[in-house]
Design a protein around this ligand. Structure first.
Ligand SMILES: [Mg+2]
Length: 234
């Protein structure tokens, strides 16, 4: 396939945690393991640790620091990357993940993984779930210096890896991230009904983007779009 043919191929962009992978692992680490370890290290009660940590979480949500294991390790005095490695057997793909990626590949989509996880966190996940073979590009927002919530992330991404936003599909479980992508100009945006198997599904009516439960439901939307395009050109 020539370079210009490749440029014509649509791109499916994916978030990792909560989209392709079950967010239950991250919930378990941040809401359960870290407060316990923090209480041991600082010799305080679990309640005190929870209070301290959950306050930090609120302050740093949606910033690049939030996604940095080095930042958290320095901030709370617990090696959070080490903690994640200790429980790595709990890392799991969401239902339909591999089926979706295989089918997209078969249909000629180029797949990009775009994660706010830092490089170390990305590596940990890739060591435990086979995602790499499906992706021509895997980017940690740490590399670009901006979280995906910021339009600057998308501008930087486009500078480094030119793409047409009109030809891109983006799936992410975080509404603030989808909003950033929308502000940049990506129009085919999808969210996830139940990012974590350890928590209840969200109400689809409260999410401002089309929502996928089983990941392969994406094909219902892509096929509809294709028909619309065909009808226009017929
Ligand atoms: Mg996510």
């Amino acid at each position: 396939m020539s370079y210009s043919d490749l440029q014509q191929q649509p791109i499916a962009m994916f978030d990792m945690d909560g989209t392709l992978l079950d967010l239950a692992f991250d919930d378990f680490i941040w809401n359960h393991c870290l407060p316990e370890r923090h209480a041991q290290v600082h010799q305080c009660t679990l309640e005190q640790s929870q209070q301290t940590l959950f306050q930090f979480y609120q302050q740093h949500k949606h910033t690049l620091s939030w996604y940095s294991s080095a930042y958290w390790t320095a901030k709370v005095g617990v090696d959070v990357l080490q903690l994640q490695y200790e429980h790595r057997e709990k890392i799991r793909a969401r239902v339909g993940c591999h089926q979706l990626l295989q089918q997209l590949h078969a249909q000629g989509y180029r797949c990009w993984l775009l994660t706010n996880a830092d490089r170390a966190g990305l590596q940990l996940k890739l060591e435990n779930v086979e995602l790499s073979p499906y992706f021509e590009l895997m980017i940690s927002s740490e590399e670009l210096g901006h979280a995906k919530e910021e339009v600057a992330f998308w501008q930087k991404l486009q500078q480094l890896h030119p793409f047409d936003p009109a030809q891109a599909v983006f799936i992410d479980d975080t509404v603030a991230v989808l909003k950033g992508a929308e502000d940049f100009g990506i129009r085919q945006l999808f969210s996830i009904l139940q990012p974590s198997s350890s928590k209840a599904a969200r109400a689809a009516t409260e999410l401002p983007y089309p929502v996928l439960d089983h990941l392969t439901e994406l094909f219902d939307y892509l096929e509809t779009n294709q028909q619309v395009t065909d009808a226009k050109t017929a």
